[in-house]
Design a binder for this molecule. Structure first.
Ligand code: FAD
Length: 466
């Protein structure tokens, strides 16, 4: 089907976006017999947005469920969420997403998603997070196949520009496809086209000019076009445009779509300096999975939004490597030259750090309390002198995962307009995640929000048109 054919008829449910949230909505709606059209802005090869970069889904459960072991109950899940968001959440929506997650895992399996054994280790991920066999790409492909079997139609390279709304109800969706603007009639609309992180100008307006140096870990297609269109039309928004999930990634990653392979895990075993060769934060504050998200913001606050993580030969095998090889040199002078750092300052920083290190047991797998003395800022764990050549370094840059400014929805995923809920507009995924994530991030919760609200949006849209 092409865009002209799609515009020649009316659809029960039109969905903006083609990632996890959109697909869950499409499948639910199509299973009721509704006619469903997905408008995916990306070309087919890049379909699936940020969802294709994902690895896992956080899920509540009592007893073993799929690949998950033991129990992860509502209270523990909610406590974990409260800790990372520092209370900036909507309790009703958050608890609903948590409770509904346990029904989602078997549903995902029934619709083609396969799971693999979780990572084991300090974070008990095998209890909390179910990992997708083949990653998010396999999940997205499985859902597209399922949707296709159900008769869902998909237009690729179809950029939604505007939602036509009259008297609190969407009437049509304006989409740019095949070089022209088309108006597609819809009885119900689901908005699942992600955050605005890939619109660098918008990011710069929210964050300041430094945002131009940020890297975007996921799809370049989530530019917030539909989000802005809805807000301009009076839809209620939630969240702060400066809040987002951002991590420190390899500074050599591409501007977009570097994905998980560009993540850097060396920081706790390193000394991190900025462009001036100066340290600025405790590299050993906690285990890396609990700290990597704050390093995005820390690096963002440094000159030129860049930093360098420096280790010696004793630590090179202690972490999962980046997809890029480290910079290396036999001397600190040589390393400084390769990195373009001021040699004297870098050496002074490393020497001062080394002088503050003490004898003690070094345990890379746990908080070992091996801290510095007389060094500012202190390093509170894994403080071992950087002394054994060759020396290695990785550059760091902030990598934005997704922004939190979104549409306000109710527990049925219905979008709030200027005068109460719209009659037939729902939203799911990143586009409304700010309703639950006021700040901070809980690993695997993005897919939980998308799956739960995507499914509800699809069910509600189908009910509306039945
Ligand atoms: C590298 C990386 C790793 C991640 N790992 C995890 C993880 O392991 N677990 C987890 O829970 N979360 C993870 N996340 C977060 C997760 O990807 C998101 O929370 C989730 O995928 C959001 O799903 P979504 O459907 O809302 O958005 P997306 O999957 O991004 O889908 C949005 C879709 O909208 C389309 N689109 C955008 N604008 C338009 C438009 N105007 N018209 C038409 N289509 C449009 C896009 O092309 C895309 O298909 C990760 C993110 C990244 C970047």
């Amino acid at each position: 089907m092409n865009a002209t054919q799609a515009a020649a008829r009316a659809w029960d449910v039109v969905i903006a976006g083609g990632g996890n949230a959109a697909l869950c909505a499409a499948i639910e709606a199509a299973e009721t017999g509704a006619s469903v059209l997905i408008l995916e802005g990306a070309p087919k090869a890049y379909r699936g947005g940020n969802s294709r970069h994902t690895r896992n889904f956080r899920c509540m459960h009592h007893g073993a469920l799929g690949p998950l072991v033991e129990t992860y109950d509502e209270e523990e899940f909610y406590d974990d969420l409260l800790r990372v968001t520092k209370g900036q959440t909507d309790e009703g929506l958050a608890r609903m997403a948590i409770r509904y997650s346990q029904d989602c895992l078997p549903w995902m399996q029934d619709h083609g998603v396969r799971f693999q054994k979780s990572l084991s280790g300090t974070l008990s991920l095998d209890r909390t997070n179910a990992f997708f066999l083949g990653g998010g790409k396999a999940l997205v492909n499985a859902y597209y196949l399922t949707a296709q079997d159900l008769g869902v139609q998909v237009l690729y390279e179809a950029q939604v520009k505007h939602i036509g709304i009259e008297d609190r109800a969407a009437t049509h969706v304006e989409v740019e496809a095949e070089g022209a603007l088309h108006s597609i009639r819809a009885r119900a609309v689901v908005l699942a086209s992600g955050g605005f992180q890939s619109d660098i100008d918008w990011l710069a307006r929210a964050w300041g000019e430094s945002a131009r140096n940020f890297l975007i870990r996921g799809t370049p297609y989530n530019r917030g076009v539909v989000l802005k269109d809805m807000i301009d039309q009076g839809a209620q928004s939630v969240g702060d445009p400066t809040q987002c999930h951002a991590v420190a990634i390899d500074g050599r990653a591409p501007k977009y779509d570097g994905g998980i392979a560009t993540r850097l895990d060396c920081v706790p075993f390193s000394v991190v300096v900025n462009r001036n060769g100066e340290r600025f934060y405790d590299e050993g504050e906690d285990v890396w999975p609990k700290r990597y998200a704050i390093w995005g913001r820390l690096v963002a606050a440094q000159p030129d939004q860049v930093a360098y993580s420096i280790i010696d030969s004793r630590s090179i095998d202690l972490f999962m490597p980046s997809v890029y090889p480290p910079f290396s040199a036999d001397t600190l002078d040589g390393l400084a030259e390769k990195l373009g750092l001021p040699t004297a300052q870098l050496k002074e920083t490393i020497e001062a750090f080394n002088a503050g290190c003490r004898e003690g047991e070094f345990h890379p797998q746990q908080l070992d309390g091996l801290d510095t003395t007389g060094v500012t800022p202190a390093k509170t764990n894994w403080a071992r002198a950087i002394a054994e050549p060759p020396f290695y370094a990785y550059s760091l840059r902030p990598g934005v995962t997704f922004t939190y400014l979104g549409l306000k929805v109710d527990e049925r995923a219905r979008v709030s307009g200027p005068e109460g809920q719209y009659d037939n507009i729902w939203s799911a995924g990143e586009m409304m995640a700010g309703s639950i994530l006021g700040q901070g991030y809980l690993a695997g919760f993005g897919m939980t929000i998308g799956t739960v609200f995507g499914r509800i949006a699809g069910q509600e849209a189908a009910k509306h048109v039945a």
